[in-house]
Design a protein. Structure first.
Length: 237
């Protein structure tokens, strides 16, 4: 199966400020917190270019969450992070919100992976696509991959042109040794595993898992079940 390109790239806010006065190197601030290690310092200050738009551009709530970053294969933990899925970039809070804080755009070229709460994301490469940040559910036999994004929708209200962010959108994939396969509902998912189609459909029906709206815990439960039945299949061969 061919892995279809997911999304056209949009200019990020980091790129918009690439040559402007908005760039602020935060080396002194980070040196105080992290010492001489410069790997986390390679960021730009974040400026919100959509102050007049309704909604927000982040995955989950518009607030910082506990997280970790892997930059140049070096882990930084005990951080406060947001994931901007409109621009596909990660923000780091330095300081405390409302009291002399900075919001930093992490350098995407150096970012390997990150964790936001209990969700893990990795930078992934596939043929026919750009580099993507994907939510990853890793397992012994199979891995689920989720790509999240939002769109900015123009609106006209009276004499004013305004815009609003869409609800989060996602594309779902299964990574197997034979390739990457997209799914959108129970039927397309079960079709990927023809030998286990009936038991997968029954499991999703019994657990009331509707893949278009499935929660994090439901996807995790389905992932664990898939790895379990595939393990049993390999053991019996």
């Amino acid at each position: 199966m061919t892995f279809t390109p997911l999304l056209a790239q949009k200019p990020s806010e980091q790129e918009l400020f690439e040559n402007g006065d908005g760039i602020v190197r935060l080396e002194n601030d980070f040196r105080n917190k992290y010492g001489p290690d410069q790997r986390l310092i390679n960021g730009k200050r974040y400026y919100n270019q959509h102050l007049w738009s309704t909604g927000h551009k982040f995955l989950g709530e518009d607030k910082y969450q506990p997280g970790e970053l892997m930059i140049d294969k070096h882990k930084f933990n005990n951080l406060q992070l947001k994931y901007d899925i409109y621009n596909q970039q990660v923000l780091l809070l330095h300081g405390k919100e409302g009291v002399g804080y900075n919001e930093i755009i992490i350098n995407s070229l150096k970012l390997n992976e990150f964790q936001l709460g209990d969700k893990v994301f990795e930078k992934c490469y596939f043929p026919e696509t750009d580099t993507l940040l994907l939510q990853v559910y890793k397992g012994k036999q199979i891995t689920f991959l989720y790509h999240w994004w939002k769109e900015l929708i123009p609106k006209i209200r009276g004499q004013y042109n305004v815009s609003e962010f869409s609800l989060p959108k996602r594309k779902c994939f299964v990574l197997l040794p034979s390739g990457v396969y997209e799914f959108s509902n129970a039927r397309s998912f079960a079709k990927i595993f023809p030998e286990h189609r009936s038991e997968l459909l029954k499991f999703m029906r019994d657990k009331d898992i509707r893949l278009k709206k499935a929660s994090y815990n439901q996807i995790l439960e389905l992932h664990q079940f898939c790895n379990q039945i595939l393990d049993q299949s390999f053991a019996s061969q």
